[in-house]
Write a protein of this length. Structure first.
Length: 95
């Protein structure tokens, strides 16, 4: 797409973005920005390296963070799977 911005989704209050990259300790392949007109947007960023440091200081807090990330990833996976069912059904009927 040659550096062109493409809107691939949105997140709301309390939701996370880039969970898999964070958990794997790799650089995210995408970026996030606030929608136009959303002046009250607050974004917090937690780098994997800092999380590893926090794990030694506050292991209970980090366990809760990882649990929340897993919960949100599960929710997103279910939502994606559900949205793909009509597509899969249409493909099976085309055969």
């Amino acid at each position: 797409m040659g550096g062109e911005e493409v809107d691939v989704g949105s997140v709301g209050p309390g939701e996370t973005y880039g969970e898999l990259s964070f958990l794997l300790g790799v650089t995210p392949s995408d970026s996030v920005s606030a929608a136009e007109g959303e002046e009250d947007t607050v974004v917090a960023q937690l780098h994997h390296d800092h999380a590893m440091e926090l794990m030694t200081v506050n292991p209970v807090g980090m366990r809760l963070l990882y649990k929340e990330l897993a919960r949100q990833m599960g929710r997103k996976t279910r939502k994606t799977t559900k949205s793909m069912k009509p597509f899969a059904h249409a493909q099976s009927n085309a055969v």
